[in-house]
Design a protein around this ligand. Structure first.
Ligand SMILES: Cc1ncc(COP(=O)(O)O)c(C=O)c1O
Length: 412
């Protein structure tokens, strides 16, 4: 066993705080290894991982397909500069063009810019929108698009924005899910409208079924681009390849976007992001307009291809819908939970008054379950897509005790 696995939580946490900048607060745990939807901490305690690195570990931990793909690619060609191309990069770009495009013809007019993260994918898209000659962007209240200066300018949370103002851009925020407010904000000077098909960081907020189709209609009428941030919702998370393909949300063709940004689950935990643009948006960035050292890296691309192949081969899209519904139904049975919002394996719940979501998360951790509290009254679940019925049932049987332990934790 490696030295690091023998050291305990306390020692590693102390070393962390002595060496890593304090932007995330003290870590809740030091994790040592994982398998499927289970992880073990540095003291050997087992947890069911219902967060999946915040919607990242699509194939769970240590999936052999991902391990094999990364190992084989690293043994062949680990990195090249963007003066050169690699086969996995080209293959992945073609797959994403086909996934995002609304038709076979449109796939031929679709192009990808690869990055290393979600914020960078959004930065690329933000720069792309500037090439329309317009600078006004419409974003939504409650939106989260990343922490770089450009992505932050599109993110609504004051606490994240204020310390770094002035932020770039002329950005108008409108209430999420409100097509009338959107129509009132978009003008002929608007470069783009950016929308998450389901707001993740806000606590899994699902808009009305026709919202994206309305957004498409409004943007088209004003010559603005429709940009869907599918960084959290894409790559099978909601039970379809992309959340805006979901029949429950809208008719996919009527909501066909000009830009889709992806990251998180795309390579199952190997850093990657992608800005995928179609039609006129595909050619707005010209040679010299943008760049990256690592974007399009062959190892990350090979990892992403393994994720896409495994989702397809193991029919994980159907699995996500079934196992997500099982978890959501179990959550809805708890009297302390007042609302459950389920988009496949992206699930948000509202807690009854008097229950602090941080206390629920802490009680869950104590009981051996990793969950997340994006707001003081909401919980979020974004587990690996390979989550099993047994994992769900283990959590649901512990849940009443977890909620009881957290009852009455809201302080005035
Ligand atoms: C919808 C959305 N956009 C962008 C981002 C930023 O991605 P990253 O943290 O990889 O920069 C996130 C991350 O949570 C996200 O959920």
């Amino acid at each position: 066993m490696a030295d690091h696995a023998r050291q305990n939580q306390q020692e590693w946490t102390q070393r962390y705080t002595g060496a890593v900048m304090n932007t995330f607060g003290t870590p809740k745990l030091v994790l040592a290894r994982g398998k499927g939807a289970r992880v073990w901490d540095a003291d050997g305690k087992e947890y069911v991982d219902l967060l999946g690195g915040i919607a990242v570990n699509a194939l769970g931990h240590a999936h052999p397909a991902l391990v094999d793909a990364v190992t084989a690619q690293l043994q062949t060609l680990g990195h090249i500069s963007n003066f050169f191309a690699s086969e996995p990069q080209v293959e992945l770009a073609e797959r994403l063009c086909r996934m995002v495009a609304s038709s076979f013809e449109a796939a031929g007019e679709t192009r990808v810019f690869f990055t290393n993260s979600g914020a960078e994918a959004n930065e690329a898209a933000f720069k792309l929108t500037r090439r329309t000659g317009r600078t006004h962007i419409v974003a939504t209240e409650g939106a989260f698009h990343g922490r770089t200066m450009g992505a932050l300018a599109l993110t609504s949370k004051e606490a994240y924005r204020t310390p770094f103002e002035p932020l770039p851009g002329e950005v108008t925020f409108v209430p999420y899910g409100d097509a009338e407010a959107l129509a009132a904000a978009v003008t002929d000077a608007t470069a783009a409208v950016i929308i998450e098909p389901v707001q993740g960081e806000a606590g899994v907020i699902i808009p009305p079924a026709d919202y994206l189709a309305q957004a498409r209609h409004i943007t088209t009428a004003h010559g603005a681009l429709l940009w869907l941030d599918e960084i959290q919702t894409g790559i099978g998370r909601t039970g379809t390849w992309l959340a805006h393909h979901n029949d429950d949300l809208t008719d996919p063709l009527s909501a066909a976007p000009d830009i889709v940004t992806l990251a998180k689950g795309l390579a199952g935990g190997i850093p990657i992001g992608a800005c995928v643009a179609t039609g006129r948006a595909a050619t707005l960035l010209e040679p010299g307009n943008h760049g990256t050292t690592f974007g399009g890296n062959p190892v990350a691309a090979a990892a992403a291809l393994a994720v896409l192949d495994t989702i397809e081969k193991d029919d994980l899209l159907s699995h996500v819908a079934a196992v997500g519904a099982r978890l959501a139904e179990g959550l809805a049975r708890e009297p302390q939970i007042t609302e459950v919002r389920c988009a496949g394996l992206l699930i948000g719940v509202d807690l009854a008054d008097g229950i602090d979501s941080a206390a629920v998360t802490a009680a869950a951790l104590e009981a051996g379950f990793i969950i997340n509290n994006p707001t003081p009254s909401r919980l979020r679940f974004a587990p690996p897509l390979v989550l099993t019925d047994d994992d769900v049932d283990a959590f649901l049987s512990a849940l009443p005790g977890i909620l009881d332990a957290a009852e009455g934790t809201v302080t005035a």
